[in-house]
Ligand binder design. Structure first.
Ligand code: LP5
Ligand code: MN
Length: 264
């Protein structure tokens, strides 16, 4: 029997989007258990302030932080159950949840992958990544990324109280929304030369990523090699979906088309 791998990204789970949390809960309990591997390619959460949110004292008077704590624990419990039934779980950082650390992964029975992760997918070498590093025309974003991925910056951020971190994250979200409003679609998409360079560096032929929220299956040639690039959808209402790969090939599936309605 060939092994089945599922790929998801950009769920942006947050207490403010309970429908997406429900979709994820349904996916993890009804779809994912039949797969041998579940890969989460970044932005599982809307933002992540630090693993210590899991152990926020229960009497904390901040309702927003408490809601996030509850969400994080719910997600972790679901993933642990999935792992216990035999699905291996793999996680990559996104541009919103790059502060997820080993503590969270261990508690959820997930393995943290590097930002660029080569895997053998049913015999085809495939590179997994969130996708933000391919958006090389977005210079302002790449500068922001370099800053927040710096270990010294992260250390200095993580020693602050969760309430202060939440304030900074809200400010960063505001600034990001204002900035993306001004940027062109082209600037916020991947740069094709960066795509080609990455494929060349890793000996071709397949990339799987999210981040751009432009689900697609691109086929193209790099240095006479037939290549492909799967772009995963973000999760929001009817857009939510996943990529499923097995020995027969890969297919993008929409969650609403596979979610069954319970019998009356
Ligand atoms: O995320 P999205 O979809 O809006 O846009 C992304 C890029 N933006 C980001 C920034 C994140 O949204 C910010 C939230 C992260 C929360 C993490 C919590 C802990 C860190 C707290 C940080 C202080 O990733 C956006 C891209 C777009 O994708 C498409 O690829 O264009 O990039 C930007 O918008 C970057 C801006 O151009 C410049 C930087 C704005 C943020 C500056 C924050 C500075 C710190 C503020 C502290 C007071
Ligand atoms: Mn992203």
């Amino acid at each position: 029997m060939s092994s089945t791998s599922l790929f998801i990204a950009d769920l942006h789970l947050s207490p403010q989007q309970p429908e997406t949390v429900q979709q994820f809960t349904w996916f993890v309990t009804h779809i994912a258990p039949s797969a041998q591997h579940l890969y989460i390619l970044g932005d599982l959460f809307e933002y992540w302030l630090g693993d210590d949110i899991l152990d926020l004292p229960v009497n904390t008077p901040d309702n927003a932080l408490m809601a996030y704590r509850q969400l994080a624990r719910h997600v972790c419990q679901l993933l642990r159950q999935l792992s216990d039934t035999g699905t291996q779980l793999w996680l990559q950082h996104g541009n919103r949840d790059f502060l997820l650390q080993e503590t969270f992964c261990q508690r959820c029975h997930m393995t943290l992958l590097p930002d660029i992760a080569p895997i053998d997918l049913c015999g085809t070498p495939s590179l997994l990544l969130h996708g933000d590093t391919l958006c090389t025309d977005d210079l302002a974003y790449q500068r922001f990324r370099a800053q927040v991925r710096n270990p010294a910056w992260q250390q200095q951020f993580l020693v602050q109280s969760l309430a202060s971190r939440a304030t900074l994250a809200a400010s960063a979200r505001q600034q990001s929304m204002a900035a993306t409003h001004e940027k062109s679609d082209a600037i916020m998409d991947v740069n094709q030369q960066s795509v080609a360079a990455l494929l060349r560096e890793h000996n071709y032929p397949r990339l799987i990523h999210g981040h751009t929220h432009r689900p697609a299956h691109h086929t193209f040639t790099v240095d006479d090699h037939a290549c492909e690039r799967w772009v995963l959808p973000d999760w929001h209402g009817s857009r939510s979906g996943y990529l499923r790969c097995d020995g027969q090939g890969c297919a993008m599936l929409n969650l609403s088309s596979v979610m069954s309605v319970p019998a009356p």
